[in-house]
Design a protein around this ligand. Structure first.
Ligand code: NDP
Length: 302
């Protein structure tokens, strides 16, 4: 058996097509486009790439975007000041502080300073709480993307046993919170695993849908997957590859070549969950704009 490939590239392109018309209409109706501000502190190469990709997508879709770039030695107070200014700006609907922040910045304090109604990354405790109790809110972009991929590819988690490997606040835990909700395209029985889980392969083999968010290259092997399972690989890992011009390649947390032989469907890396994250960020930004402008038929978040 060779698994169906669930393409995040294709699904995110469908989202962009839907968003483009919506953004054009909103801009005409309200006299300004949705606005997203990104605060980037320091020169972490991966963060720079992500911010560039976000800015490029905003430009393509007609979303106003502003990058605030601060030196790596920017003080905590300086970052806080920028966030507070952005909270007050009427042309900014979404604020994103690119993580990780340098050590002198108190990350939780800075994330908590973002106005919850502009927190398009969904990391503010108010939004995390709303997500957990199933109230409409911003969902963190990567978990939101995972949920959307399952829905769009026809693999509803309803009634299924979903096993998530990884319990981080930005990936594993929010996926858990989204998929266990009592609502359509959720209603899953969810098991969460981590580095202290005993007998991990025994548990992952029970999954109808297995989600890997570990940060360990090709960790999930064929013997950890039930035949016919749907496998979602959130991992993005750089591994040496002398045959490539840049000297490395990107692989997921799942051994794609092995696991595709037993799974019924699988996401590739790259081109799987990765492209969904920015698409969902733009959904959250449009949703924020619509909420702030009291649009009744706003973008449905779930
Ligand atoms: P973290 O390092 O924050 O969390 C990793 C989780 O995996 C932890 O809960 C850890 O357990 C668990 N884990 C580590 N080793 C094992 C093991 N041997 N067995 C079982 N569980 C284990 O990572 P993130 O959640 O931030 O990211 C996970 C992956 O997703 C990374 O590859 C990252 O690059 C990628 N990612 C991709 C995104 C995208 O846009 N596609 C966005 C964000 C992340 P414990 O808690 O016990 O330490």
């Amino acid at each position: 058996m060779s698994a169906e490939i669930i393409s995040g590239k294709e699904i995110s392109d469908q989202i962009y097509s839907l968003l483009a018309g919506r953004i054009e209409n909103l801009t005409q109706k309200f006299g300004r486009p949705p606005g997203l501000a990104v605060v980037l502190v320091g020169d972490n190469p991966a963060s720079q790439v992500y911010v560039r990709m976000k800015t490029k997508k905003c430009a393509e879709l007609g979303v106003f975007s502003e990058e605030i770039r601060l030196n790596a030695d920017a003080s905590h107070a300086e970052v806080m000041r920028h966030v507070q200014e952005l909270n007050q700006r009427t042309d900014i609907d979404g604020i994103l502080v690119q993580l990780p922040l340098p050590v002198q910045c108190n990350e939780p304090e800075i994330l908590n300073a973002i106005a919850p109604e502009k927190d398009v990354d969904g990391f503010h405790p108010v939004n995390v709480g709303n997500m957990l109790i199933g109230e409409p809110t911003f969902l963190p972009c990567t978990p939101y993307g995972v949920w959307y991929m399952l829905k769009a590819s026809g693999h509803s988690p309803e009634g299924k046993h979903v096993v998530i490997v990884g319990r981080s606040n930005i990936v594993g835990k929010p996926i858990f919170a989204i998929l266990c909700q009592k609502r359509a395209y959720a209603n899953a029985t969810v098991t969460m695993c981590h580095s202290r889980t005993a007998n991990l392969p025994e548990i992952t083999r029970q999954a109808d849908i297995l989600i890997a968010a570990i940060g360990s290259p090709e960790f999930v092997k064929k013997n950890m997957v039930k035949p016919g399972a749907v496998v979602i690989d959130v991992g993005i890992n750089r591994v040496d590859d002398p045959s490539s011009q840049r000297g490395y390649k990107l692989v997921g947390d799942v051994d794609f070549d092995e696991v595709r032989e037993v799974a019924s469907a699988i996401t590739p890396v790259p081109g799987g969950v990765g492209p969904m994250t920015i698409a969902m960020l733009l959904c959250n930004t449009v949703y924020s704009f619509e909420r702030r402008n009291n649009v009744n038929d706003h973008l449905r978040i779930l």
